[in-house]
Write a protein that binds this ligand. Structure first.
Ligand code: MN
Ligand code: MN
Length: 458
């Protein structure tokens, strides 16, 4: 009786059977491959498109009429994707949406990156998203991205991932001479203009290291220095995603925020059974800098996609889009903060998530007095609880951290503003936004199961 009255929180690993444990480890093997095959939003978008194509999804522009169980997607500028499986009900009766983002914090090369200083060649960077700058020094770095020539020719670059590739790094002062740095606050110890990537040291015949390095780049990629103007080159950790711990129960990798939820969302969409509601998966870009721009969730592109679904099911008329939104439900699939044993004081333990304790629901986000929060109705939280409980999905309901310490947001409010019921639901992460984030395999699989059940909800 006491067990029922009190909400007793226990690890998801407790009493787990071998079959379920194998399923979880198998699933996360696929996830680790997914992480290693995509370290930028463009690469992740390409990986998702490949998986959609091989699972019978068609580009929505190639299809005139949609009928139940048709599978379609739209790629937005190779950086964000919307995918749908048409249900047997009208779309205006509401759709079931799970939305993740596929951009991650990183360092972007500046438009004029290459320079020479103190007998070395370096790249200037401009960081993207919320990073702790000191974490990006003295680690192996890779460069991923595209250079586009004025004639439209696009050169894809990935260097630093193959064992035969060179890597890059950002240097840091030796402790012997760090007295000035030690006096600074940790947030100011490394400045944005200090995040310069070491890329070479041999001079040309004219004693120019810059010229020599640019010549090497030109020979390999057929680009000139001016072509950096029209490039998007991202500096990311060169580490591979790995199993973590003696029990291999965790995943350590760069970019798990939010590719962990993106992978779980994608697999849930691919595996979900036919049902009455239309299922839509969102893979958004630019979440880490406020969901702005034409590939961010605030753009009109998602409306265009849903309008196309309405057009091609012959349901579109004045107000159909608004009606669809107001009848829809959504899980905003984004990561939360797991309690860090080294920094427990940042969490209020009654309302914190522990890794390995299940997928995390955040009724609301925001900061201070819930400023900027998307706050799910109690009725909707109850509905999601019911979906999870009847499908044996282990979940925990929590907040990001202590009230006065900070806060955060996701794409939830953007869709909530359109009129749908939305709640944040994702995998708790330790060391979030660092070059090496930690998740629990149990939670990753719980997210997948939860998203799948949500898609299938009638
Ligand atoms: Mn996120
Ligand atoms: Mn984030």
């Amino acid at each position: 009786m006491k067990d029922k009255i009190l909400n007793k929180k226990v690890s998801g690993w407790l009493n787990i059977n071998t079959v379920d444990k194998d399923k979880i480890y198998d699933f996360c093997g696929g996830y680790i491959d997914f992480l290693n095959n995509g370290k930028t939003e463009r690469e992740v978008s390409d990986v998702i498109v490949k998986l959609l194509d091989s699972n019978g999804f068609k580009r929505i522009n190639d299809i005139d009429n949609l009928k139940p169980n048709d599978k379609v997607y739209m790629v937005n500028r190779n950086k964000s994707i919307y995918a749908a499986v048409i249900g047997s009900d009208n779309i205006t009766s509401g759709i079931n949406i799970v939305g993740a983002h596929i951009d991650s914090p990183r360092l972007d090369l500046k438009p004029n990156p290459l320079y020479e200083d103190a007998k070395l060649a370096l790249f200037k960077t401009h960081y993207y998203g919320g990073i702790k700058k000191y974490q990006w020094t003295t680690i192996p770095l890779a460069i991923h991205g595209v250079v586009v020539k004025p004639n439209g020719e696009k050169i894809n670059i990935v260097i630093g991932e193959d064992d035969n590739d060179p890597v890059f790094t950002i240097t840091d002062i030796l402790p012997h001479l760090a007295e000035e740095q030690y006096q600074k606050k940790i947030g100011q110890a490394i400045g944005g203009e200090d995040l310069n990537v070491l890329v070479g040291s041999i001079p040309s015949k004219d004693d120019s290291i810059k010229e020599n390095i640019m010549t090497l780049i030109n020979e390999k990629y057929k680009i000139d220095e001016i072509d950096f103007y029209s490039s998007e080159l991202e500096v990311v950790p060169a580490f591979k995603a790995r199993n973590l711990g003696f029990d291999k129960s965790m995943v350590a990798a760069y970019g798990q925020d939010d590719r962990v939820c993106a992978y779980a969302t994608l697999m849930a969409l691919l595996d979900a059974k036919e049902s009455s509601k239309t299922k839509v998966a969102i893979f958004a870009d630019k979440e880490e800098i406020g969901s702005v721009g034409n590939t961010g969730m605030c753009s009109q592109m998602f409306d265009l996609f849903v309008n196309e679904l309405l057009n091609k099911t012959k349901e579109n008329n004045a107000g159909a889009l608004n009606k669809t939104y107001c009848n829809s439900i959504m899980l905003s699939a984004d990561v939360g903060a797991g309690v860090d044993p080294n920094y427990q004081s940042a969490s209020e333990k009654n309302n914190a998530s522990y890794i390995g304790y299940g997928v995390e629901l955040n009724k609301y986000t925001g900061s201070r007095g819930k400023s900027g929060a998307s706050d799910a109705n109690a009725e909707f939280v109850a509905k999601v609880r019911n979906i999870f409980e009847k499908n044996d999905v282990k979940y925990q309901v929590s907040e990001l951290g202590k009230v006065d310490l900070g806060g955060g947001g996701t794409i939830a409010y953007i869709l909530a503003n359109k009129g749908m019921d939305v709640i944040d639901c994702g995998v708790p992460v330790i060391s979030m936004h660092s070059p090496y984030e930690v998740t629990s395999k149990f939670d990753i699989y719980a997210a997948y199961k939860g998203y799948k059940a949500f898609f299938e909800e009638e």
